[in-house]
Write a protein that binds this ligand. Structure first.
Ligand code: MV4
Length: 503
């Protein structure tokens, strides 16, 4: 398909990420924006921009008609949906295909096949991909559920067939609780997905969440190893890394082969991700497939030296992926931190306001995928992801140290962020040993709040008192000495003190 101009149907960091990839591929990029986003970085980075509606997503980024109209008006040949919003709506992919435009994602049939969880489980099992023991079709009646649960052994998990992301999920420890769980899961599923169908799975205790990145064109399907995504809270990932400490080269080959088989079973094209649960004994089970570019794609890019968004663009144009050697070997270790406008110490309450000042980390091995800048408003219309901070190092300990250094450089003034929490997490000995699973943050709630630190409190009080005294006296600030054993001999310190004594 001939593509010269791409409509970027998203906002924030991922929209900017896609605009950059278009430009590197020699393509024009058209941004769309809602009213509160009119001066966002993704709008200015694009070659043209179209207003699609007011703040509420339902009237802008989720409006299929508004997006298609913007693509027509600017004569784009393809649409990149990014993640979230319309990215996994089969009806949107169909509408894009029907309009004669390229959908930068898999065929709508692949989205549909993976969106129905029990259908996906049947197709995966047929393709030889291990799935969690459980039902292979929606439950018909409670008696059937009881029999299956006894057979699987408690605890079991009730899941929504149309679900994903944890909605409509119920953990059941004993048979007496099963009927109630089936009922409440079904009603939650009906509300959330318009489909009350539920099924049962054996509940896995304390697994890791490990996902495999895949890439498929008309000629081949490859994988780019795994991402370790166990550090999450209420299904919101907070930190991802690649590779996973729990995955040996042998296991990587096995999981990679399973993910490639999963993709081929639904005739997948483009970038996609197979989610697995990995138990303590190294057994892995297919959970679901995400048929989009994911938030955490950069860690795979750094470790495998592949630009996944550029590959998506190549593939939709029919050029085939640029990756020729295969299998690819991972190099070093990458970590991504999601910088959100949420306060972990206060139940992850979202914070709003204007970004008064932003200092972005840089230097060796540091990547900033951001969608905000000084002066931008952070509101409540969209999710709280401000930016992603990604580092690459020669091994995991150096990547951790590099992330701590980068977090030290980051300054966000005007809205609260989770920066201090991420710093505590990266500095934690248990995290450093890699002893993580999906329940890590539930166990380690201590990391959510700052440890009592009277010395730090005293320093903050002194700094505040000094700032106030300085304001009152109108004096120039004294330049701090380096505090080391050369105190009083440092030339910069001397110059600063002389300067401060002037006039
Ligand atoms: C599970 C599970 C344990 N056992 N299935 C959560 C959302 C959906 N994607 C699947 N999920 C889970 N399915 C079985 N049989 C635990 C979870 C789960 C989870 C999975 C991945 C990442 C974070 C999670 C947090 C809580 C529960």
């Amino acid at each position: 398909m001939k593509v010269r101009r791409v409509l970027v149907a998203n906002r924030g960091e991922i929209a900017l990420r896609i605009v950059r990839a278009c430009h590197e591929e020699g393509l024009e990029a058209v941004a769309v924006y809602s009213d509160p986003d009119s001066s966002s970085p993704h709008v200015r980075a694009a070659d043209a921009a179209v207003r699609i509606g007011p703040g509420p997503a339902a009237q802008s980024y989720l409006s299929i008609e508004a997006i298609l109209a913007a693509a027509r008006a600017t004569r784009c040949q393809a649409i990149h949906p990014g993640y979230g919003f319309l990215s996994e709506r089969a009806v949107f992919a169909e509408a894009v295909e029907a309009a004669g435009l390229g959908f930068i994602g898999p065929p709508s049939a692949a989205i549909r096949a993976m969106g129905d969880k029990t259908q996906a489980r049947r197709r995966m099992q047929a393709a030889g991909v291990p799935v969690v023991p459980g039902g292979m079709a929606p439950l018909e009646d409670p008696r059937e559920a009881g029999r299956l649960a006894e057979q699987l052994g408690y605890p079991v998990l009730v899941k929504a067939s149309a679900g994903g992301g944890g909605k409509g999920m119920r953990l059941v420890h004993r048979s007496a609780d099963l009927p109630g769980a089936l009922e409440s899961a079904a009603s939650e599923a009906l509300k959330a997905f318009g489909d009350a169908a539920v099924y049962l799975e054996k509940y896995l205790v304390r697994p890791r969440h490990v996902e495999i990145q895949i890439l498929a064109d008309e000629w081949k399907t490859i994988h780019l190893g795994e991402r370790e995504c166990s550090i999450q809270r209420r299904h919101q990932k907070l930190l991802e890394e690649s590779p996973s400490l729990a995955v040996s080269p042998q296991l990587r080959r096995e999981m990679g082969q399973a993910a490639v088989a999963a993709a081929n079973a639904v005739h997948y094209r483009g970038a996609g991700t197979c989610e697995f649960l990995l138990d303590a004994s190294g057994r892995f089970y297919f959970l679901e497939m995400n048929t989009r570019i994911q938030v955490e794609h950069p860690v795979s890019e750094l470790v495998y030296a592949v630009d996944l968004v550029r590959e998506q663009l190549r593939i939709v144009r029919g050029l085939g992926m640029g990756v020729s050697e295969w299998p690819l070997a991972p190099r070093g270790h990458a970590i991504e931190c999601r910088i959100t406008s949420e306060d972990p110490a206060n139940g992850f309450l979202p914070s709003t306001g204007t970004i008064e000042h932003l200092q972005v980390p840089a230097g060796p091995g540091v990547r900033w995928d951001g969608g905000i800048e000084t002066g931008n408003q952070v509101g409540l219309y969209y999710d709280s992801l401000l930016a992603k901070l990604i580092v690459h190092g020669e091994d995991r300990p150096s990547a951790i140290r590099r992330m701590l250094r980068a977090l030290d450089e980051l300054v966000v003034v005007g809205v609260g962020t989770n920066q201090a929490f991420l710093h505590r997490l990266l500095g934690d000995p248990e995290f450093a040993r890699g002893e993580i699973d999906i329940q890590f943050l539930e166990r380690r709630a201590d990391l959510l709040t700052p440890a009592a630190d009277p010395v730090r409190d005293a320093r903050i009080a002194i700094a505040a008192a000094l700032a106030e005294a300085e304001r009152r006296s109108g004096q120039k600030p004294l330049v701090a000495s380096d505090g080391g054993d050369r105190e009083g001999t440092d030339e910069w310190g001397r110059a600063g003190r002389i300067d401060a004594l002037r006039d």
